[in-house]
Write a protein of this length. Structure first.
Length: 312
């Protein structure tokens, strides 16, 4: 059966610098092209934590240097990261397609994700971004720029931004049109550029939308059949890292909810993936989600490994 599949790529699919990323993306492209070769419609989402951190750090360092480059707001840094990562991904996938004799267009859409300005997440920002500062510098940034700064594990002070939930995808019709016409689309990179609606305007807001939640949202909006979250582990575990650790091959909605409540999944890493998989699963009967590793994605899709979320 041909499926519409949203594939979410984690940090291990990309690289720490441009050279490394170009090389890594060659491997990342293979499981994606395997799916395309089988006739599935594939939409790709990726994370951007280290990349947007690097861009933000470089831009803020340069703005404070003798060169006095303009200060780059965080949403603009997110847009830059979508371009930088999308550029490598679309070329990596294009090349792998051509190597297998397939001429299929691949494109990245700079994507904005609409959030609620009043999302409770904004009252307790949790995501550290950018450089480390001294206490004095941090105090100055709080008073001059109104940033939220926290002490990060004894390493110094860092700016923190909120992680609001995705409500809608501004470019969803464009993505839909491209997918319907057989294009491979890279979208909501890094969870999307967070924006809120202000009349006809979309206004960027410094925040980080979790790419796992954003991938579930775009999968829902595109009426996808299947959400595949590729990360560093082959399966989801309960009692992760403990002697009684147990790797799971499948999870029903009820089991996932119970394990979430019992605290089996780490916040900021596995929890958002399980929550995103669950949300997608429950959004419409027949939808499936899979969490597995990039390396094992072929086997995972064939049903021999990974953690499959199914309604029963
Ligand atoms: P990504 O960059 O793909 O989003 P993350 O590091 O955010 O990756 O999340 C994946 C990591 O979550 C795994 O590599 C693993 O170390 C960790 N993890 C936390 N809890 C669990 C769990 N219960 N089962 C499996 N992995 C878990
Ligand atoms: Mg993550």
């Amino acid at each position: 059966m041909k499926n519409k599949i949203v594939v979410a790529l984690g940090g291990n699919a990309l690289g720490k610098n441009p050279d490394e990323q170009v090389q890594l993306v060659k491997h990342t492209a293979k499981p994606i092209v395997d799916l395309i070769a089988e006739g599935h419609e594939v939409i790709i989402v990726h994370g951007n934590g280290p990349q947007v951190g690097m861009i933000n750090l470089a831009m803020s360092t340069a703005s404070q240097s003798e060169f006095k480059t303009p200060e780059m707001p965080f949403p603009e840094c997110g847009a830059m990261s979508q371009g930088y990562i999308g550029y490598h991904l679309q070329n990596g996938i294009r090349e792998e397609l051509l190597n297998r004799g397939m001429s299929i267009p691949v494109a990245t859409v700079i994507t904005q994700v609409i959030v609620d300005k009043n999302d409770p997440a904004f009252t307790t920002p949790t995501k550290p971004i950018g450089a480390f500062y001294s206490k004095e510098e941090a105090e100055e940034m709080i008073s001059e720029k109104g940033y939220n700064m926290i002490e990060d594990a004894g390493r110094g002070y860092r700016r923190v931004v909120a992680s609001p939930l995705p409500i809608d995808v501004a470019e969803k019709e464009t993505v839909k049109t491209l997918v319907e016409n057989g294009h491979v689309v890279i979208t909501v990179g890094g969870g999307g550029i967070p924006v809120y609606r202000d009349g006809n305007a979309l206004v960027g807001i410094p925040a980080v939308i979790d790419k796992d939640f954003a991938s579930a949202k775009i999968a829902e909006l595109l009426n996808a059949d299947y959400l595949i979250i590729l990360t560093a582990v082959e399966k989801v575990a309960i009692n992760f890292g403990k002697p009684e650790e147990k790797w799971l091959s499948s999870l029903s909605a009820e089991e996932a909810e119970r394990y979430i409540a019992e605290g089996h999944f780490a916040q900021g890493s596995m929890l958002p993936k399980v929550q995103a998989a669950l949300k997608f699963l429950k959004s419409k009967p027949g939808r499936k989600a899979l969490i597995t590793s990039l390396e094992k994605s072929k086997e995972g899709i064939e049903g021999t490994t990974g953690t499959l979320f199914v309604n029963n």
